[in-house]
Ligand binder design. Structure first.
Ligand SMILES: [Zn+2]
Ligand SMILES: [Zn+2]
Length: 264
């Protein structure tokens, strides 16, 4: 068997190397994920709790959000199997203790390259219809930095809906531009205090691999400019100072087929 290499494409490489994008790659487990904050309520702490390969809370993703390719898959089960059975570690509660008992190669990607673990991602056959009018919202009473816009997500596989409905997960759907994205955050401040939301837009669902509806950003910006307004305003999480129908999906749902990029 040949080893399954980590995924590489322009956007993924850029996201992984940019600490501000709430997406991480953990070489030890060959896992990609979207960060999860520590708590849903006021006591949200800074997202990062250690170096990238340590105890970061994240939701594993299975498909590249930018090119749609299946990711190689996590080797965490195999890692745990070796840790518990071969190296006879009793508990993972104390990472320091654990790390004293295992060879250094278990702490990075060396071990799975040696063992040559192929693809473990078997989740490429999920399909979902996209006719949803399901409302994404459960985050309105949360701190402003974690609040997500209220809207009917056109893509609504179970994993995406669960992620959008959890305010701690740094994913976002923007009904006014029909964009999905991963939050860009300032790693030196608590996320719940970051009111001006910025996102790195994604093109494919990170969990089922389906293409997401095409972004309507250009059309939206044109409409905002037609009113003599600037589309480049803070999103907190809604764009500030714009009329109601341009901070929701009303404008493009009403325009229906007249919009250049219809729902898939
Ligand atoms: Zn990719
Ligand atoms: Zn999906």
């Amino acid at each position: 068997m040949t080893v399954a290499e980590p995924h590489s494409c322009r956007d993924m490489d850029a996201a992984v190397s940019d600490e501000g994008v709430a997406l991480v790659y953990r070489p030890r487990y060959r896992e990609y994920g979207i960060r999860i904050c520590e708590s849903a309520l006021g006591m949200v702490r800074q997202c990062r709790v250690g170096p990238v390969d340590e105890a970061i809370r994240m939701m594993e993703i299975l498909d590249c959000p930018w090119c749609g390719d299946a990711l190689p898959g996590s080797v965490r089960d195999q890692w745990r199997d070796l840790i518990f059975n071969k190296y006879e570690v009793k508990s993972l509660w104390s990472e320091t203790e654990t790390f004293d008992q295992v060879p250094a190669k278990m702490l990075d990607e060396t071990w799975w390259r040696e063992v040559e673990i192929g693809f473990t991602n078997t989740d490429s056959n999920l399909t979902f219809d996209q006719v949803s009018d399901e409302i994404v919202n459960s985050c309105r009473s949360t701190p402003k930095g974690l609040e997500k816009p209220l809207g009917r997500s056109p893509h609504h596989c179970e994993a995406m809906m669960a992620s959008l409905e959890d305010c701690r997960e740094l994913t976002q759907y923007r009904p006014w531009t029909r964009e999905y994205g991963i939050r860009i955050i300032d790693m030196n401040r608590s996320v719940h205090l970051q009111y001006n939301h910025r996102i790195k837009p994604i093109r494919y669902c990170p969990w089922c691999g389906d293409a997401l509806p095409q972004s309507l950003r250009l059309e939206w910006e044109a409409r905002v400019r037609d009113l003599g307004l600037d589309p480049d305003v803070p999103c907190t999480p809604y764009p500030e100072g714009l009329p109601d129908d341009l901070i929701s999906d009303t404008w493009w749902r009403e325009a229906g087929n007249k919009i250049a990029a219809p729902l898939p």
